[in-house]
Design a binder for this molecule. Structure first.
Ligand code: LLP
Length: 427
């Protein structure tokens, strides 16, 4: 877990550094990321799956060059889904053959760059893309390793916008109606492609393992059909990411070793029943690795009690550094971290500084009634999909990511400046 403790004066320290010092040195808001915790989580996934499986960290959750180097050192692979993520991975020295390239609408230029770089796999998302990637590879005189992403038709229990295995959405090719089988037929015919496996990602922030089990069952079913029709046993399956983390104390996440055990068992069992060689399994956790490793440090600006309702606590960031509450109705907790307080708890809503009333960071939380401007508060579990989905709404500058480790802090993504904003404005 994150190395967070309270010192004798009541102030919180992270990785051995008091939050007050972090705020002074790096300003607020800031994402404070515990490198030790990140590496431990990455390693736990790697160890749980062992040498016969691959763990691809999903870069969309949070990507920077430092993170790419940590992943490389810890033996993880990387999933990217845009030219920008690919460029970041390559510039930090991730070997291309350990990169998987995703996306439902990769541009011709992105496809060419990925093939030229030598990415380990491209995950194909449509019939048109099967042809595009095959042609691009052929014209570069290469044979590209690919997987086909299928939708297995399970309803993952999560927010509609982050569920991806039901059929009525943009990702993947449905197993239903023989469409995935037809995609496999086409891919196997094209010289530019080496079809290495089938991919399924059922959604994100999921706690119930049953969706993964159904997905594994159906993907193995497709492998069997492929063997029966083509005499080919595809050597790999990827079961995507999506494991949930604890945002509040109500959430009870599975550990990597439980997930590894469940997935390996079901795939092995199903393959034995179908007399298939067990394929190499890969997974793509993003949130489960980086999510719990960071918190956002804010300074309280104004405190506005509304009689009979609640107290609005405005912090110096908001929906530009954490859109998840507004977008998914996500739940977060918050704590006063610059001191302790014996004051009675008050019902508070932590809001940002943006010009809209939906700019909420934490909907309902109890904070001490003596909370005052200048206090520091922390919102935990903001490592995933907060910096990576941050915006410049209202021309607010995106916060830095500060990595802490063994009593030392360093900026791995710096705070945006007004010059950064103005540099793009060339009118
Ligand atoms: N693999 C694929 C193909 C994916 O599309 C995703 C996430 C992952 C892996 C990683 O999923 P994770 O383990 O991080 O749940 N912005 C949303 C989450 C969108 C997830 C998109 N795809 C959020 O803030 O909850």
């Amino acid at each position: 877990a994150q190395t967070v403790t309270r010192g004798e004066d009541g102030a919180v320290t992270v990785g051995g550094i008091p939050v007050g010092r972090l705020a002074e040195e790096y300003g607020t808001p800031a994402y404070i990321l515990d490198e030790t915790d990140f590496r431990a989580r990455a390693r736990a996934w790697r160890t749980a799956f062992g040498p016969d499986a691959d763990v691809f960290y999903a870069g969309k959750a949070f990507l920077s060059r430092a993170v790419v180097r940590w992943l490389d050192e810890e033996g993880l692979n990387l999933d990217v889904c845009s030219g920008g993520e690919l460029a970041t991975a390559l510039s930090a020295g991730m070997p291309a053959d350990r990169i998987a390239f995703h996306g439902n609408n990769k541009s011709a230029e992105e496809i060419t760059r990925a093939i030229e770089a030598g990415v380990g796999r491209i995950v194909l998302d449509s019939f048109q893309e099967i042809v595009r990637v095959a042609h691009a590879a052929q014209s570069l005189g290469k044979r590209q390793r690919v997987q086909i992403r299928v939708t297995v038709g399970v309803e993952a229990h999560t927010h509609e916008f982050i569920a991806t295995a039901h059929e009525d959405q943009k990702f993947g090719i449905p197993l239903a109606g023989g469409q995935a089988a037809e995609a496999v037929r086409r891919a196997l015919q094209l010289d530019g492609l080496e079809l290495i496996g089938i991919h399924s990602h059922i959604g994100s922030q999921i706690f119930d393992m049953s969706g993964f089990e159904v997905a594994a069952h159906r993907v193995v079913g497709l492998l069997k059909d492929i063997r029966d029709e083509h005499g080919v046993e595809l050597p790999e399956i990827d079961l995507g990411g999506g494991l949930g983390i604890a945002y509040t104390s109500d959430d009870d996440p599975r550990e990597p070793h439980e997930i590894a055990k469940a997935l390996t068992e079901i795939v092995t069992r199903e393959c034995e029943a179908a007399r298939l060689r067990t394929p190499r399994i890969s997974v793509e956790p993003g949130r489960a690795i980086v999510g719990p490793t960071a918190f956002t440090l804010y300074e309280v600006g104004t405190v506005k009690p509304l009689d009979g309702l609640r107290t609005y606590v405005s912090v110096d960031g908001g929906m530009s550094d954490n859109i998840r509450t507004a977008l998914y109705d996500a739940e977060y907790s918050v704590a006063l971290v610059s001191r302790t307080s014996d004051a009675a708890p008050m019902l508070a809503r932590v809001v940002g500084k943006h010009c809209e009333s939906g700019d909420i960071v934490v909907k309902d939380a109890f904070l001490p009634a003596d909370l005052a401007p200048g206090d520091l508060v922390a919102v935990p579990a903001t490592g995933a999909y907060c910096r990576s989905m941050a915006s410049n709404y209202n021309h607010v500058l995106r916060p830095p990511v500060v990595a802490v480790r063994d009593g030392e802090a360093r900026v791995i993504v710096r705070r945006e400046t007004e010059e950064d904003l103005l540099r793009l404005d060339v009118g």
